[in-house]
Design a protein around this ligand. Structure first.
Ligand SMILES: *Cc1c(COP(=O)(O)O)cnc(C)c1O
Length: 365
């Protein structure tokens, strides 16, 4: 079976973990600090704050940006649940705007009529590794005095006009979950140029304490700390991420060349001036394709090709979110695409033969 994802763990990562285990410093310590410094450089920001998950980073981002009870945050309904859950963690309301069919990200032209007096921020997602429409969204945010939080959990290394994902907003967030383009097993990172936001994120991570004064609590905090075991893995992964992303981009070019010729299949588009790092390679199975999406999935499975649906149900239809007054029909593009998207293996460990197997499995239909 050709798996939809596969973590790349080499001898370097294993040795780095063993060294931390032998060092006597296994919780948050010097390796975490080093990882933060390296990651800040990579993402082109002044500050990076390591977290134990991408969800923790998102929560800390909303907290640091001052999102509070009864505030509204505009976001996309077509993303992983953690994006919207982080808004709920601050007791704020997720307000959705529909997405663009062309790149699956929030449609900037749908944002302005969702803005109210309560709107505090826009939470934009770089879905599948494609940057959100930074210039259009930024223009709206600036005009209305809104903050932008960027969920770059799928977009490590991607960029918009040379500006790295994670720096395309007031605060950026990353996930290093096992399936992401780079991993620390579990882990996350918050990125920002704003010193105060970085400080607030560090407090939330550490039970509400400043790192300078122990046992002085500035408010409710959590334990969102990363361990040096995870950070040591992250430091090794950082040395390889550019090469891996390049492989993903090459694999995507190969598949698009072959699948792009097939009637009823729409291959992923890359918007002008954007680098897409293909966390997912996601096609649209249109109505005029010979099979329905789920039938195609079954056919691929029989040919030894794994695939996945990200995501089968838009977020406004889940009970704990629909209670804000959402229903089927509210976001037609997201609803339609949730029935038509299919993600194919694209990870950097794929061989030429495996890529050929994937392409052939389509061509024979
Ligand atoms: C993976 C992911 C998250 C959550 O990250 P975790 O590390 O699993 O908590 C949030 N948003 C998006 C878009 C993701 O892909």
């Amino acid at each position: 079976m050709i798996n939809i994802s596969k973590p790349s763990i080499g001898k370097e990562e294993i040795d780095a973990v063993v060294n931390v285990l032998k060092s006597g410093m296994i919780a948050q310590g010097p390796k975490t600090k080093e990882f933060e410094q390296e990651f800040a450089k990579f993402a082109g920001v002044k500050y990076a704050v390591a977290m134990n998950s991408g969800t923790a980073a998102l929560h800390a981002a909303l907290y640091a940006a001052g999102v509070k009870e009864n505030d509204e945050v505009i976001t996309t309904p077509f993303t992983f649940i953690a994006t919207a859950n982080s808004i709920l963690m601050q007791n704020a309301k997720p307000v959705f705007a529909d997405i663009e069919e062309d790149n699956f990200n929030i449609d900037a032209s749908q944002i302005e009529n969702k803005i109210t007096k309560k709107t505090k921020a826009i939470l934009a997602v770089d879905l599948y590794g494609h940057p959100y429409a930074y210039d259009d969204v930024k223009e709206i945010a600036d005009k209305h005095g809104l903050k932008i939080i960027e969920d770059a959990c799928q977009a490590v290394g991607a960029d918009f006009n040379g500006k790295k994902c994670g720096s395309l907003g007031d605060i950026g967030t990353f996930s290093f979950y096992a399936t992401k383009n780079m991993t620390t097993a579990e882990g996350g990172m918050l990125t920002t140029d704003n010193e105060e936001y970085a400080e607030l994120a560090k407090q939330l991570r550490h039970h509400g304490q400043s790192e300078k004064v122990r046992y002085e609590y500035f408010g409710l905090g959590y334990n969102y700390r990363m361990t040096d075991i995870n950070a040591a893995i992250g430091l090794e992964q950082m040395k390889k991420i550019n090469e891996w992303n390049k492989k993903r981009i090459d694999n995507a070019a190969f598949l698009s060349k072959r699948l792009g010729k097939i009637k009823g299949i729409k291959v992923p588009a890359v918007q002008k001036n954007c680098t897409h790092v293909f966390h997912q390679y996601t096609i649209i199975v249109k109505d005029d394709f010979k099979m329905k999406r789920d039938g195609l999935m079954e056919h691929l499975k029989q040919k030894g090709v794994g695939s996945g649906v990200y995501y089968p149900k838009p977020l406004h239809l889940f009970k704990h979110i629909s209670k804000f007054g959402y229903k089927q029909g509210d976001f037609p593009v997201a609803e339609k695409l949730s029935q038509q998207v299919l993600s194919l293996p694209i990870h950097p460990q794929l061989t030429k033969e495996e890529l050929e197997t994937i392409a052939k499995a389509f061509e024979e239909i």
